[in-house]
Design a protein around this ligand. Structure first.
Ligand code: AMP
Length: 394
């Protein structure tokens, strides 16, 4: 159920948001994307005569920690909402229940960091019960924590029977992933990069069931190349995953999925931006060299596949984008996906590092959808049902 299907008039609406935003040493919010992303949900509650009670976690505290108090984000939230909010320095108990009960419609209350109570992460029913006493209706708008079976995400919604729904952000995230995995327009392409095969095995295995083309790049590509007898020099490799890599290639063949591996790569003697570089065939990397980016032929070939795709999922950089000498591959792939999007393809970008890369290139408005949840996005494309979403749907 979506928030717009619920009657919110005169209701105390408990909203699980993900305000776990990065802060600097002066406790100022350095990236407000996650707060901004829940604005639609908050505004909808206010417009429809509800009182908005926001609950969230911040960081990984060990009991109360001043630096991780949600009080630190009050200023940012007020600025974005253009209105005063009420901050309460706890999240459960008689005092909090009373203050929430007495709040008027149109008011916004922010409760203190849920994780100051260890019961939150332990998923304790009694803690969820105490939270449930605060609201009439439950909304989950925290995609970033939907993969955690914590009290406020996996247990609390089970106490609300039918009076629960997805917020607009959570719904958009679920819809974007379904647009790729369930009803993606063909040809569907997935581009998976990043450092390690080990962290992407489940993703690759699951994606093979949905995609027509699979581009594998970044550090993980070398394990695939080595599994086929290539000489990869000093490039990143996970020896224990050589067999697994071969299995994935066979599985893809079985399912008629075209796997695209890099052809040429930019190599360097050292993992350093100041070391000299050259471009070589990925199957023939000199012994003292390591591959740190994809080369021009690979970019050209990947570009052709990207431009002929109608649905594109991208996770993980194609090279060491943090160093200017090795960021061209990731940048050109981002440009290709953006061009394909302009021509009408649906593009979903997710996972921490791909998002850092497109932000670095100033391209974060060039794709159909950018996921706000790192781990939650990865688990979704691994094919897992996320506890926070399951608890809303059942
Ligand atoms: P992941 O968290 O697995 O998505 O990996 C992201 C990291 O992979 C980034 O920090 C990249 O610098 C790194 N990476 C990408 N390509 C390579 C490569 N060829 N060699 C080493 N690291 C790489």
């Amino acid at each position: 159920m979506l928030i717009s299907e619920l009657d919110l008039k005169d209701k105390k609406v408990l909203v699980r948001v993900d305000f776990n935003v990065p802060m600097n040493k002066n406790l100022e919010v350095t990236d407000n994307t996650r707060i901004k992303s829940s604005m639609n949900t908050i505004m909808h509650i206010l417009r429809n005569g509800g009182t908005c009670i926001l609950i969230s976690h911040m960081g990984r505290p060990n009991g109360y920690e001043k630096n991780l108090s949600l009080k630190n984000i009050v200023g940012e939230l007020e600025k974005l909402l253009n209105k005063k909010i009420i901050f309460l320095n706890d999240c459960i108990g008689d005092r909090i229940e009373k203050a929430c009960r007495e709040a008027k419609k149109g008011e916004v209350i922010l409760l203190e960091n849920l994780r100051f109570y260890p019961e939150e992460e332990l998923g304790e029913l009694n803690f969820a019960r105490a939270l449930s006493a605060i609201g009439d209706v439950y909304i989950n708008d925290a995609f970033g924590t939907a993969h955690r079976n914590h009290a406020s995400t996996g247990i609390l919604p089970t106490l609300f029977k039918r009076k629960k729904a997805m917020g607009f952000l959570l719904h958009r995230e679920v819809e974007a992933i379904e647009k790729v995995l369930k009803n993606g327009r063909s040809p569907v392409l997935s581009i998976i990069g990043g450092a390690k095969v080990s962290s992407k095995i489940q993703i690759l295995k699951n994606l093979i069931n949905f995609v027509d083309d699979l581009i594998i790049g970044g550090g993980m590509a070398y394990t695939f190349i080595k599994s086929q007898g290539g000489e990869i020099g000093n490039s990143l490799v996970e020896e224990v995953f050589l067999d697994e890599a071969q299995k994935i290639l066979l599985l893809a063949k079985d399912k008629n999925v075209k796997v695209h591996l890099p052809h040429d790569v930019v190599v360097s003697e050292k993992f350093s931006n100041s070391s000299t570089t050259e471009t070589v065939n990925i199957y023939n990397i000199p012994k003292n060299m390591e591959g740190l980016d994809i080369g021009p032929l690979t970019i050209k070939k990947f570009n052709e596949t990207i431009l002929s795709s109608k649905t594109i999922l991208w996770n993980g950089p194609l090279g060491v984008f943090e160093m200017s000498n090795f960021q061209n591959g990731t940048k050109q792939i981002a440009v290709s996906i953006a061009n394909s999007t302009k021509r009408g393809a649906f593009s979903l970008v997710g996972g921490g590092d791909s998002i850092s890369a497109i932000k670095l290139f100033g391209m974060d408005d060039k794709f159909s959808y950018i996921s706000t949840g790192g781990g939650a996005m990865l688990e979704s494309i691994e094919g897992k049902v996320l506890p926070g979403i399951e608890a809303i749907l059942n």
